[in-house]
Design a protein. Structure first.
Length: 448
């Protein structure tokens, strides 16, 4: 006989943990299944180790700037292995705290996979069966692999955090978040980097701002190869060469990173057994309440057709738990005005619409405000580089529908402006705000 629960969560990543813990705090009896690492992609091979590497890149830049300011010390070599161990210790601490929280609220975490038997029954990989009226799929996504000769000679993003040595020369295939972030971080730490992109960079971000970022990265020595049609990867004398239908071949490289998107983890769930509908690229289709087409089965996070951001998965999971077990029948995630950041060099942050999206929807009612300046930290030392800011406004009230920042501190200042946008910020509200001086953020309230 199947062991009975109020909720079964498939996946122990950010979305699954948020759902399970919130539901348990509401008094639900919760089981969570995942054969992988507690914390999922974000904690182990995603946001957290990536941001740690970004901090290392910032310190590399700071060493260079310190010399320009007059400090006598010169930049030293980066000890990749020492840093890797620091990062591992930090991540282990996070997972330990997650385990403590699960124990405190009574979530039954089983380190094994689960698959559907019916819409209220899950079979575990050990042969047990669990049942619940509510089942949430939060199995996340993984790096996309393509069927080309020599693919296995390259690295996927997960592999980057297991490297014991920094690649001296690396080719990166792709033009999205992962490609642009690793390109900037590795270049800041001394690697020679070439980005091979098939189409435009950073789809979904404002084209003008992406162009500005590409220019900054090019000035740092990162090479961009466009309209690439990769046909494979091969090795010559211990070095890697990319086979490209456009240029013939690219390299040599010590490492090649495949950063070509992510695919949902759905194949092993036996979704056909209950008829859960899938959309493009195999992602689970959900409504505004995270419901699938099957009663009692919901989904959150990267396994759905939502934005692939950890805070989106967490917020959706918590609101779903509030609705199912917390007495809040109207609780759901509002997907409008979600801020996001590319932790490139420099970081690019945005919330709301791009200029292209706004003009497609509002036509001539769109007004754009821009500013560019040298941030004071750089200007004092006559260090090259500028911050670029852009406001996208609509209508006679000049409702702010998009805020975009490229430059130092963009990742920190955007959070507050996201709150203001959700509250209906207009351009005159920014004009009426007293600036914090001297700061970069003040320029967002001083545009004319």
């Amino acid at each position: 006989m199947a062991e009975s629960f109020d909720l079964i969560v498939l996946g122990a990543g950010s979305g699954g943990l948020a759902t399970a813990i919130r539901a348990a705090r509401h008094g639900a009896r919760v089981a969570m299944l995942d054969s992988g690492m507690l914390g999922g992609t974000c904690v182990n091979v995603g946001c957290v180790p990536k941001k740690a590497l970004w901090f290392a890149a910032q310190l590399a830049h700071a060493q260079e700037l310190a010399g320009e300011y007059g400090f006598s010390s010169t930049p030293g070599p980066f000890n990749w292995e020492h840093f890797r161990q620091l990062r591992t210790d930090y991540i282990d601490g996070i997972k330990g705290r997650y385990q403590k929280r699960l124990d405190e609220v009574g979530v039954h975490w089983r380190r094994e996979a689960g698959r559907f038997v019916s819409n209220d029954t899950i079979a575990t990989s050990s042969g047990d069966e669990l049942s619940a009226k509510q089942i949430v799929i939060a199995t996340g996504a993984r790096p996309h692999r393509i069927d080309v000769p020599g693919f296995e000679l390259g690295l996927i993003s997960d592999d980057m955090f297991a490297l014991h040595e920094q690649p001296r020369r690396i080719g990166i295939v792709g033009g999205g978040y992962i490609a642009m972030e690793f390109a900037g971080l590795l270049r800041a730490l001394g690697s020679e980097v070439t980005v091979h992109a098939r189409g435009r960079l950073l789809g979904g971000f404002d084209m003008e701002m992406v162009g500005e970022l590409e220019q900054r990265m090019t000035e740092q020595g990162i090479r961009f190869s466009r309209d690439v049609q990769v046909r494979g990867l091969h090795q010559v004398d211990g070095q890697l060469m990319l086979d490209d239908a456009t240029t013939g071949g690219c390299g040599p490289y010590d490492a090649v990173l495949w950063a070509i998107g992510r695919v949902p983890n759905t194949e092993s769930l036996d979704l056909d057994a209950v008829g859960v509908k899938l959309g493009k690229y195999g992602r689970i289709l959900v409504d505004a309440w995270q419901n699938t087409n099957v009663p009692g089965v919901s989904a959150v996070g990267d396994v759905c057709e939502n934005r692939e951001l950890t805070p989106v998965a967490v917020a959706a999971g918590r609101r779903l738990a509030d609705r199912l077990f917390g007495g809040k029948p109207d609780a759901r995630l509002e997907h409008k005005h979600i801020a996001s950041v590319v932790f490139a060099e420099p970081p690019l942050a945005m919330v709301g619409m791009t200029e292209e999206q706004a003009r497609a929807l509002h036509g001539t009612d769109v007004r754009i405000y821009r500013t560019r300046f040298s941030p004071m930290q750089w200007a004092v030392a006559k260090h090259p580089g500028q911050t670029v800011m852009k406001l996208v406004c609509v209508g006679p009230e000049e409702l702010v529908v998009g805020v975009h920042v490229l430059g130092l501190g963009a990742e920190e200042m955007m959070q507050g402006f996201a709150v203001a946008m959700k509250l209906g910020m207009r351009k005159r509200d920014l004009d009426d705000t007293v600036a914090i001086h001297p700061s970069s953020a003040e320029e967002l309230v001083l545009m004319t």
